[in-house]
Ligand binder design. Structure first.
Ligand code: SAH
Length: 226
């Protein structure tokens, strides 16, 4: 199985409490329909409290989105799990692009499963903190960049999979252009009050098969850099 275990240093200082809390969270994800055991195992082993402010540590393993500053949020674990399994369902993508690094949590979940993860964030301070977390966790298969993620990462395209963790009213065409012909893209699409999680899968001939995966609630996909 293509899972990179986190080094022991990632878990240093962890009490039993947070391991138990993570086990409970993992059981809840399963109860609520997450099927991919690889994804559940990664979430069970990943200290989510490292990705949020100390004042919120006691809530780190609740199945809710939490504020990370700058008006942004770390996504709800169930949504992270659902999007990750949706991305992996047709085979393990080798090269993945994430738009909206935020806390870095979704990036680390993905980088624990896929060989290469690229992530773009428009708010420099959030990216700085996320990079520190990537280093602390010893993950060396993540490359990150401060930019408008709507533009993708043209120099590294094509990507086998693209994930957006902020919602726009449409999927930017630049991102579609950077998806490999049979690649998979998962993104929330819609207005702040009504968003749908969409999965697009390239049919190999330049068209996409589109599926709706359920209603979600994400922060908006903004333009330019913050
Ligand atoms: N994946 C993140 C979710 C963070 S919320 C996590 O696991 O914590 C979404 C993030 O998308 C925010 O940090 C926001 O600043 C960022 N974002 C919004 N529009 C963007 C854009 N055009 N390019 C890059 N990042 C963007």
């Amino acid at each position: 199985m293509n899972v990179h275990p986190l080094p022991p240093s990632a878990l240093r200082g962890e009490g039993m409490t947070s391991q138990r809390a993570r086990d409970r969270l993992a059981s809840k994800l399963k109860e609520e329909g997450i099927r991919d055991q690889r994804v559940i195992d990664v979430i069970r082993n990943l200290p989510r409290h490292h990705f949020i402010d100390q004042a919120l540590h006691s809530r780190a393993y609740e199945n809710t989105a939490l504020p990370i500053g700058h008006g942004q949020t770390i996504s709800q674990p169930w949504v992270v799990a659902r999007m990750t399994e949706a991305l992996l369902e047709f085979g393990m993508p080798q090269k993945v692009l994430e738009v909206g690094t935020g806390s870095g949590y979704q990036a680390v979940v993905l980088a624990s499963l896929v060989p290469q993860l690229f992530t773009v964030e428009r708010i420099e301070e959030l990216l700085r903190q996320a990079r520190r977390r990537f280093r602390q966790l010893g993950l060396n298969n993540i490359r990150s960049r401060h930019d408008d993620g709507k533009l993708g990462w043209p120099d590294e395209a094509p990507f086998d999979a693209i994930i957006l963790t902020a919602a726009g009213d449409a999927i930017p065409t630049q991102l579609l252009d950077q998806l490999s012909p049979t690649g998979v893209l998962v993104a929330p699409v819609g207005s702040p009050s009504s968003q749908m999680l969409i999965r697009l899968r390239g049919d190999g001939q330049g068209d996409f098969i589109q599926e709706e995966l359920g209603a979600v609630s994400f922060v908006p996909l903004l333009g330019g850099i913050g």
